[in-house]
Design a binder for this molecule. Structure first.
Ligand code: SF4
Length: 340
């Protein structure tokens, strides 16, 4: 669970039940500073002279506010729309795409006007009828560490559980999912866990749940009947990488129940970076050992028009063959969505 160092309540946010609940939970905690904002100037309340310090303080800051623009971003290719429950994440994964997206505003922002968000989601659902609509809840956040006091995912899963024309999915590196286990999800919410080898988690994924905690949580949601999947990402090539990823898959196989309704899904994504991301990472994590030597990579234009550095063709092929073979051999009831 995310325990912030400071909480900023935006003007008007305390009119909402979720904000009141957060306030009541934390108001008497001496270690937490509560700030009631009177204007939109929230950055001045988060200390830090440079990106390095702003990142570390921002990551300890919770902003409680409303989602004002209710125009949802599209979320191609993984879903039709982003569902804007939470923005930001308490994790400090060195390679995280949020480093580029959120820049000097890496704080965690929760949206308390969740009923307005559902009304808007329903409009998008109705517009697409008779086609179904898929919403992604973790496009710009990891919503799980704040779930114990927002209950946003709980409400969302109930909302989609009652909805025949829409589905919801999110991905997480955390394990605060116990409150989601007994909900009437009707198979309309897919929960994916982002996992990696211990070496990668220990080196690059600070302030996230351990590999085994994530696996334990994934087994709980699978047993609760949710469509469940694993995002193995980012995959790095390093000494012993095959042994360690095989060990990870073996561990999964030994834990996953054999009588699940839905196949376990796998998505595998090799490590890649943009020049912009690399520059930010080097400022925020000056001692990083992330492999980002351009000359060891292949430059490739992505579908969104900007270039990124991916592993060379032979390495990508090796990653593909390795995961295809291992997953095929180890798991019966599974679906490999892609290996890229
Ligand atoms: Fe980014 Fe996910 Fe790590 Fe959070 S847990 S910092 S969203 S990669």
């Amino acid at each position: 669970m995310f325990m912030p160092k400071r909480i900023l309540f935006e003007k008007g946010s305390l009119d909402y039940e979720m904000a009141q609940k957060i306030y009541m939970k934390f108001k008497d905690k001496e270690s937490i500073e509560i700030i009631h904002l009177t204007s939109n100037q929230l950055k001045q309340h988060i200390p830090g002279e440079d990106l390095y310090a702003q990142y570390r303080e921002g990551k300890k800051t919770l902003v409680v506010g409303t989602k004002k623009s209710l125009k949802f971003q599209s979320c191609k290719p993984s879903a039709h729309y982003q569902l804007p429950l939470v923005l930001g994440c308490m994790g400090q994964c060195q390679y995280c795409y949020l480093n580029t997206q959120l820049g000097d505003k890496p704080f965690i922002r929760v949206h308390v006007n969740i009923d307005d968000i559902f009304v808007q989601a329903q409009k998008y659902i109705d517009e697409r009828l008779p086609e179904g609509t898929l919403f992604e809840g973790a496009a710009t956040s990891d919503p799980v560490p704040v779930e114990p006091y927002t209950n946003s995912l709980e409400k969302t899963i109930r909302f989609f559980g009652d909805n025949e024309n829409a589905k919801f999915r999110f991905v997480t590196k955390y394990n605060d999912i116990d409150t989601l286990l007994g909900l009437a999800h009707n198979g309309h919410t897919e929960i994916r866990f982002s996992i990696n080898t211990d070496s990668v988690i220990n080196q690059y994924e600070q302030f996230t749940a351990s590999r085994d905690k994530r696996i334990e949580a994934s087994i709980k949601v699978a047993r609760a009947g949710y469509p469940t999947g694993f995002l193995i990402a980012p995959v790095f090539i390093y000494p012993n990488w095959k042994e360690e990823y095989r060990d990870l898959l073996l561990r999964l196989r030994s834990k996953i129940p054999s009588d699940l309704v839905y196949p376990i899904t796998f998505e595998v994504i090799s490590h890649r970076y943009t020049t912009k991301a690399k520059n930010i990472i080097q400022q925020v994590f000056p001692d990083t050992t992330l492999p980002m030597l351009d000359e060891e990579r292949k430059f490739k234009y992505g579908q969104f028009g900007y270039g990124k550095y991916v592993y060379p063709k032979e390495s990508l092929e090796e990653i593909k063959q390795f995961f295809q073979k291992e997953i095929e051999e180890l798991f019966n009831h599974k679906e490999v969505k892609y290996i890229i």
